[in-house]
Write a protein that binds this ligand. Structure first.
Ligand SMILES: CC(=O)N[C@H]1[C@@H](OP(=O)(O)OP(=O)(O)OC[C@H]2O[C@@H](n3ccc(=O)[nH]c3=O)[C@H](O)[C@@H]2O)O[C@H](CO)[C@@H](O)[C@@H]1O
Ligand SMILES: C=C(OP(=O)(O)O)C(=O)O
Length: 461
């Protein structure tokens, strides 16, 4: 397996550009299933493993998919399957987001249960409750779910017990072409929900209230393909903000939207980090000492759980003791043991972690257990004495495009040591003549899954 190697101690300086938001692009790609006519062209699509996976799921359902530099063109006019295959769905939870659009388009869907992951059990009861309220019959068997509806889905009033991002998105997509009006109460308010609503509305849907706790969707007859630019990734932006502060650096994060990062900016400022913003991005400067602060993760506009691990890394460098409370996922402190290997003093008691500041971080061999745990380890490694080897890099590849190149561009001493298998695959790719690859692509025109695979194979740093 490949590793990211970081020799710490260099303050980050310069400009880094954030890519399109993973958590926007995944539901938006799923929503493209709803376009009965025309193609959807999605811009600012990052070349992430999760994006690659969802395109494979869509391809397996009959969607024509072509990915070029930062852009994906999808044609869902003729779906050929209602069955989202286990071997693809199991790779990422967000592929469950095809359930709502498939039910709406085909009136039936079979999809494997997404299961839990390192950060928690992550049930899908709220998604299913929504579909049932809209008239779907849901059955379970052999690890998969089958749902059907006679005729069209029907608008309903749905109260979510938890303001779930995925359930809000899945129900919004299912409701877009339902008969009548659907109201989602206690809806999630994340910027990615608003982005999805904007995309659906451009396709011809009537979604109102996205970004508030009550979303109303008036069903329309059909949706069509459109072009859409996804919003910048607020978690990627927040991660570079923390990395800058961690190293006492001065970094301009181009594309970052301050309004999407309110609680992260607030906590950094409470710590004493200087944060300035303009219409094109956010500048972060840190001068030590930094102050310890407490934080609690909450659904948007609360402090994002996806930034908790990175902020915990930064709190290790503050003066004093901080209390971090994770309320969104029940098991999102997996990074703690790895940070301890680097010299951190952190005590976990249930959903609370007590972080002792002024830590002297030292390089170590650590493992990313999930995506943001990996980001936190890299942030810590940038400020540590000596060399850190981060394994479990496939988790990081789910959410950060070219993290090594971007950090190196800011002056970090960082590189990616490829695994033996990656070296062999790269050597094989390099040995093939471009005309051979073109032939291969043409030969696969009827199988877009392979086309997507060929085009977005990540390159080795
Ligand atoms: C692809 C994507 O956008 N992922 C994000 C999305 O995940 P995701 O959409 O999976 O997160 P949810 O908002 O659904 O989950 C929040 C909480 O609700 C619980 N829950 C959720 C659904 C349900 O039916 N029943 C239930 O109990 C979950 O277990 C979790 O404890 O929002 C999370 C919370 O901001 C982020 O960390 C993820 O990065
Ligand atoms: C938890 C995350 O993503 P996902 O929901 O895709 O697992 C994340 O982005 O931090």
């Amino acid at each position: 397996m490949s590793k990211i190697i970081v020799r710490g101690g260099r303050p980050l300086k310069g400009t880094v550009r954030v890519h399109g938001a993973k958590n926007s692009v995944l539901p938006i790609l799923a929503a493209a299933l709803l376009a009965e006519q025309g193609s959807c062209v999605i811009h600012d699509v990052p070349a992430l493993d999760d994006v690659h996976n969802i395109i494979q799921v869509l391809s397996a359902l009959g969607v024509g998919a072509i990915q070029e530099e930062g852009r994906v063109r999808l044609n869902a006019s003729e779906l050929t399957s209602f069955d989202a295959p286990y071997e693809l769905v199991r790779k990422m939870r967000a592929s469950f987001l095809v359930m709502g659009p498939l039910l709406a388009r085909l009136g039936k869907v079979r999809i494997s249960l997404p299961g839990g992951c390192a950060i928690g059990t992550r049930p899908i009861d709220q998604h299913l409750k929504g579909f049932e309220a809209m008239g779907a019959e849901i059955g379970f068997g052999q690890g998969s779910i089958e749902a059907r509806v006679e005729g069209k889905l029907r608008g309903a009033r749905i109260y979510l017990d938890i303001a779930s991002v995925g359930a809000t998105e899945n129900i919004m997509m299912a409701a877009a072409t339902a008969e009548g009006t659907t109201t989602i109460e206690n809806a999630a308010k994340e910027p990615e929900i608003v982005d999805l609503a904007n995309f659906l509305n451009a396709m011809g849907a009537r979604v109102r209230g996205a970004g508030t706790g009550i979303i109303r969707i008036e069903g329309v007859e059909r949706l069509s393909g459109v072009e859409h630019v996804v919003i910048p990734d607020r978690v990627e932006a927040g991660t570079y903000m923390v990395a800058a502060a961690m190293t006492g650096g001065d970094v301009y994060i181009e594309g970052a939207i301050r309004d999407h990062l309110g609680p992260v900016v607030a906590k950094l400022e409470e710590m004493g980090v200087v944060v300035d913003s303009d219409e094109n991005g956010i500048r972060v400067r840190a001068q030590y000492p930094l102050r310890a602060v407490d934080l609690k993760t909450l659904p948007y506009p609360g402090f994002p759980t996806d930034m908790q691990a990175q902020m915990m890394a930064l709190l290790l460098r503050a003066e004093g003791t901080s209390i971090v409370t994770e309320t969104v996922f029940e098991n999102r402190f997996m990074h703690v043991d790895e940070l301890i290997k680097m010299g951190a003093q952190i005590k976990v008691d249930g959903r609370t972690a007590i972080v002792t500041g002024n830590a002297r971080l030292v390089g170590a061999q650590v493992c990313a257990t999930d995506l943001r745990a990996g980001a936190a380890l890299i942030c810590s490694a940038l400020a540590a004495d000596g060399t850190t080897e981060v394994s479990g890099v496939h988790h990081i590849d789910r959410g950060y495009m070219d993290i090594v190149g971007k950090l190196a561009g800011l002056g970090a001493d960082v590189y990616r040591a490829p695994s033996e298998e990656e070296l062999l695959a790269e050597a094989e790719r390099a040995s093939r003549h471009p005309s051979k690859i073109l032939e291969e692509i043409k030969g696969h025109a009827a199988a877009p899954a392979d086309l997507a695979r060929i085009r977005i194979q990540p390159t080795l740093a």
